[in-house]
Ligand binder design. Structure first.
Ligand code: ATP
Length: 239
């Protein structure tokens, strides 16, 4: 079996004295889409923060494509993580509201990526961004802003994409559309870990699912199996 794109072992993290990650073990196979599901407060966003270098772990190990990126309390900077191919689309999106769509995308070329390639990828996956390329990002709908946030993440040609609550505040139809694109992105060879409240939608495009509860992974398996055995945990909120 090939080396997993992401391997998390016995990861612990806390806010002050309150331990929120209590020994997380999670492995995402290379090329797979994995949904990370679970009730509010389970620790999903905290796990994303630790994996993406925004928060320090208290202990545990993370390997990205076989590279050890974090051990114990020693943090790894976002630059180092980007170099091993990790890119995060954070909860709540992160576009520059006073720049146009195209300016937002062109900013990525300052990060060393040719602007032409960034625009081609973005407009290829999201034709609507091309239609609205001269519009200020802050005036676009939530779904369109999410498309832009995803495009900016794709610009760095990631090996692993972390998607935190793509659906946040969006209408169900747009969420379905975004996940159709997630499936296309995965088909191009990008591995994806998506944290999602809309469990059924995420499972539709996932190869595997992991369920988190109380700061630990309590089940992993194929989508059908997880839907059958963990429905009470994962469908507690929006289905
Ligand atoms: P949700 O789906 O509601 O975002 P989640 O599974 O992503 O939930 P986290 O956001 O990781 O869960 O939160 C896990 C626990 O950590 C919760 O009890 C939350 O209140 C707490 N927590 C999160 N962020 C902080 C913070 N900055 N300071 C203190 N406690 C926090």
């Amino acid at each position: 079996m090939s080396v997993p794109i992401l391997d998390v072992v016995d990861l612990h993290a806390a806010y002050g004295r309150i331990e929120v990650l209590r020994g997380v073990d999670l492995s995402v196979p290379k090329g797979a889409v994995m949904a990370l599901l679970g009730p509010n407060g389970a620790g999903k966003s905290t796990l994303v923060k630790v994996i993406s270098g925004q928060k320090q772990a208290t202990s545990g190990d993370i390997h990205l494509a076989g590279v050890h990126v974090k051990a114990g309390s020693k943090g790894t900077g976002p630059d180092d993580l980007a170099r091993v191919g990790l890119c995060t689309v954070p909860e709540g999106r992160s576009v520059f509201p006073n720049l146009t769509v195209e300016e937002n995308l062109r900013l990525m070329s300052y990060a060393g990526v040719p602007a032409g390639a960034v625009l081609e990828t973005a407009y290829g996956y999201f034709p609507r961004l091309h239609e609205r390329r001269n519009q200020l990002a802050g005036t676009m709908s939530g779904g369109e802003q999410q498309m832009l946030a995803m495009s900016r993440a794709l610009a760095s040609d990631p090996a692993l994409l972390l998607l935190d609550e793509l659906s946040m505040g969006l209408a169900p139809l747009i969420v379905e559309e975004l996940y159709d694109t997630v499936a296309q992105i995965a088909a191009s060879g990008v591995s994806i870990l998506c944290i999602e409240q809309f469990a059924r939608t995420a499972l539709r495009v996932s190869d595997y699912a992991a369920v988190m509860s109380g700061g630990r992974i309590v089940a992993t398996g194929e989508p059908g199996e997880i839907l059958e055995t963990m429905a009470d945990v994962i469908l507690g909120g929006a289905a």
